[in-house]
Design a protein around this ligand. Structure first.
Ligand SMILES: [Ca+2]
Length: 106
């Protein structure tokens, strides 16, 4: 039905796909992909670091793997979120909010 090419950037989501590179896991400190952020290549991060520790509210998994996000470093504590390949969450919800410390493919 659509006869014209739709360019990236014209999506309804507030996040710009160009902000999070393909093959990365990206996390933001505020909902809707705003505030402080960290973009990490690959599917694992054993310690998100002081900049983002316990501060993630939005995330985007642009890898080809399902990724699990953990409460503590080195994939310890509760699994706070299980995110499919390509899935983004503008707000991870009250249970997981401001708790993520590590992640890896799962
Ligand atoms: Ca934590």
């Amino acid at each position: 039905m659509a006869a014209t090419t739709v360019l990236a950037g014209a999506t309804q989501a507030s996040a710009n796909p160009n902000d999070c590179p393909g093959g990365y896991v990206c996390v933001w400190g505020d909902s809707n992909y705003e505030g402080r952020f960290l973009f990490v290549p690959g599917t694992s991060r054993s310690n998100v670091g002081d900049h983002m520790n316990d501060l993630t509210t939005a995330l985007w998994n642009r890898t080809g793997s399902r990724v699990c996000f953990y409460d503590h470093s080195n994939y310890g504590g509760s699994v706070l979120a299980i995110v499919s390949p390509g899935e983004s969450r503008g707000n991870i919800g009250p249970t997981a909010n401001d708790r993520i410390s590590s992640w890896r493919a799962c």
